[in-house]
Design a protein around this ligand. Structure first.
Ligand SMILES: [Fe+2]
Ligand SMILES: [Fe+2]
Length: 196
């Protein structure tokens, strides 16, 4: 199973509390229902991916908080103009499609010449309607979101919106600077230069 980075039970609970408080602070109609629904899923204990970023228990919630902090930093530095409730909803819920999505699966792997049964995170998608699309569907079954919020969540993966396995993702996993130049290019072209 996931080696390396791990969260303590205490951190997992702190992250849950942080996310619930932020979501409820938006005061958006229906948010209590969404928070209750989230609490009944594995959202706070699921990994963020099977073997890429934060593939550990609690990784999905931590990733959501990390994206919230990154997006909030862009607002604070004046790069984008977003209301706090929009930052909270889009960042913390952009990957809500991954709730009840991952499961531990047994696989046979050849390790040092011997076939062994090992446990890995795998995908069991019970609502295969896409990635950003699915997050929007789940969110909108409880609360209303604006067209801008819809677009932010729907397209948060960028050009290859439905693929975690595209060449870009593979290159970025190998060379993190690929991701850095991609986001810098996007921010420059669509945000900084659009004001020039
Ligand atoms: Fe994400
Ligand atoms: Fe995503």
């Amino acid at each position: 199973m996931a080696e390396g980075f791990k969260l303590t039970q205490e951190q997992i609970e702190e992250n849950k509390k942080f996310i619930e408080e932020k979501l409820l602070s938006t005061g958006r109609n229906g948010m209590e229902r969404l928070v209750t629904w989230l609490g009944n899923t594995d959202f706070y204990t699921a990994p963020a991916s099977t073997k890429y970023h934060l593939h550990c228990k609690g990784g999905l919630a931590l990733h959501s908080i990390n994206v919230y902090n990154r997006l909030k930093a862009k607002v604070d530095e004046g790069l984008v103009d977003l209301k706090e409730d929009t930052v909270i909803i889009t960042a913390l819920l952009h990957d809500v499609c991954k709730a009840n999505f991952y499961e531990v699966q047994k696989r046979n792997r050849k390790i040092e010449g011997q076939w062994q049964e090992i446990e890995e995170w795998g995908v069991n998608d019970k609502l295969p309607i896409g990635h950003g699309d699915k997050s929007c569907f789940i969110i909108q079954s409880c609360i209303k979101i604006s067209p801008e919020e819809y677009a932010m969540i729907r397209f948060h993966m960028g050009r290859e919106s439905d693929s975690n396995n595209d060449p870009f993702s593979k290159a970025a996993a190998f060379y993190p600077a690929v991701a850095a130049i991609h986001t810098a290019d996007l921010e420059t072209a669509f945000i900084v230069e659009s004001r020039m």
